[in-house]
Design a protein around this ligand. Structure first.
Ligand SMILES: Cc1cc2nc3c(=O)[nH]c(=O)nc-3n(C[C@H](O)[C@H](O)[C@H](O)COP(=O)(O)OP(=O)(O)OC[C@H]3O[C@@H](n4cnc5c(N)ncnc54)[C@H](O)[C@@H]3O)c2cc1C
Length: 439
């Protein structure tokens, strides 16, 4: 690589945030380097998951015409509450059946990220794959003016760098934007399998009329042995993505082996028939930064901004991360464009990135959910006690015992109070309200 190669902007990481940032800047005529450590975009990336179209449309309004690499539209979404011997579903198709484009699509990142980065390349960004950024080049006053890569003579110069390195925020730390590693209690290790089945079989098992319908479910309860964590199941065209995330400290404390927890989930009597006979195509794991608001780094410094997972922009309850990554990438790119117009790459201009984030939903949501990760730590009942109670209570309600109904209701009441006193249950609900509504 040429020693003094110079660009108008460098983006580190061709994930969702990075390619969005590169696309927005390149489209406006900036000379952008998009540096990705993987063989190609997506080769290192892993998620559940579903991608939200509102975010893609904000960056690329005509995205549907560009044949995005989606799997199925999400036409049914919700929570599945798993007990040891049963499953209660709270799912909705509300507003989802005829939406065009759908609000969310399931996707496989190896395909989607490649397509997403190709949109940035089509806009003029130069993708530099198989290249890891290892450090920054700083001016005398400390401003970032480029990056050092792992290639021989691999310095690349630009007056502004967007750091979209994902959850392993080594560069963000190197720049002093955050002064600590994310704590194990603030990171989930998520692991999943992609299981191949004929589309017809997937449709039949999930009650879907055809491959233009799909399910996205968050699974709570026995999936994580009632410990802080959450499972998921997504239907793709000819595969099912199924997995779960468990907090790192919980895995260590209970000495759980991720593959054993996942295997146990797959063998659950309500889950096993959904994946039975399928062929395992992929198995992998990835961290999710769940510390939220309190773990967010400083978002900008002279010559650099941090976006997406690197800035812990994830809402664990709603499985939102892709949309925050894409939108934060776009907002950082718009700030970089403004910096070019003003020829000022200092914090004076780059502070505009945080101001833009404050105007939209990202920082508002991050602040509102600021207690959520602590809530998960302190209220494992929502992962164990309540899903089990819900299954008992509804299972009982929809059974005929040949007993007076008053006795049934007494038993349901006792099934709750045997687990949590009414006082504790009221406190739990209040804590959940505070964690979700941000009171
Ligand atoms: C199991 C799981 C399920 C999830 N499900 C969902 C879901 O259903 N919906 C949702 O919205 N979100 C979901 N998320 C979260 C979502 O995947 C992330 O929030 C999102 O991928 C963040 O995008 P990003 O661009 O910030 O980071 P990433 O997608 O992680 O991209 C970072 C990129 O940077 C590259 N990189 C890193 N360091 C360097 C370096 N030094 N030099 C060069 N390149 C580098 C990486 O190779 C990678 O390509 C899930 C996450 C996991 C793990």
């Amino acid at each position: 690589m040429n020693k003094h190669i110079g660009f108008d902007a460098i983006v580190v990481g061709a994930g969702l945030a990075g390619s969005a940032a590169a696309l927005v800047m390149a489209r406006e005529g900036l000379n952008v380097a998009l540096v990705e450590r993987g063989q190609k975009p997506g080769s290192k990336n892993y998620f559940g998951g579903a991608i939200y179209t509102h975010a893609i449309a904000e960056v690329l309004p005509d995205f549907m015409e560009r044949k995005p690499k989606f799997e199925r539209p999400v036409t049914e979404a919700g929570f599945w509450f798993l007990a040891e011997d049963g499953l209660t579903k709270m799912v909705t198709q509300g507003g989802k059946l005829n939406a065009e484009p759908a609000d969310a699509y399931t996707a496989l990142r190896a395909d989607f990220d490649l397509w997403w980065a190709a949109q940035a390349q089509a806009a003029g960004a130069l993708l530099i794959p198989k290249t890891t950024v290892v450090d920054f080049i700083r001016a005398a006053g400390g401003a970032v003016v480029g990056v050092m890569t792992d290639r021989p003579e691999g310095e690349i110069y630009a007056p502004v760098v967007i750091i979209s390195e994902g959850v392993n925020n080594l560069l963000t730390q190197k720049l002093g934007l955050i002064d600590h590693d994310l704590e194990p209690a603030h990171q989930a290790l998520a692991f999943k399998q992609v299981i191949s089945l004929p589309a017809k079989e997937i449709n039949a098992r999930f009650g879907l009329p055809d491959a233009n319908h799909g399910v996205a479910a968050s699974v709570l309860g026995d999936v994580s042995l009632g410990l802080p964590g959450m499972g998921f199941i997504y239907t793709n065209k000819k595969t099912i993505s199924v997995g779960l995330g468990v907090m790192l400290d919980t895995l260590a404390e209970y000495q759980l082996r991720p593959y054993e927890v996942l295997q146990r989930y797959l063998e659950h009597p309500a889950i096993a028939p959904l994946v039975a006979g399928g062929q395992l195509l992929e198995y992998g794991g990835h961290l999710i930064p769940e510390g939220g608001w309190h773990d967010m780094p400083q978002l900008y410094t002279d010559g650099a901004m941090v976006v997406g997972d690197a800035a812990t922009m994830v809402n664990a309850l709603h499985w939102e991360g892709t949309n925050m990554a894409i939108i934060s990438g776009k907002l950082a790119a718009e700030t970089a464009l403004e910096a070019h117009q003003q020829s000022d790459f200092s914090v004076r201009t780059l502070a505009g990135y945080e101001a833009r984030l404050k105007e939209g939903f990202i920082l508002k949501d991050m602040k509102q959910y600021r207690r959520f990760s602590r809530f998960l730590e302190t209220h494992p009942e929502f992962m164990g006690t309540y899903p089990a109670f819900l299954n008992d209570a509804l299972g009982g309600f929809f059974s005929a015992y040949g007993k007076p109904k008053r006795q049934l209701f007494t038993e349901i009441y006792q099934s709750l109070t045997g687990r949590r006193s009414l006082f504790q249950a009221a406190g739990d609900m209040l804590s959940m309200g505070r964690a979700v509504l941000g009171w």
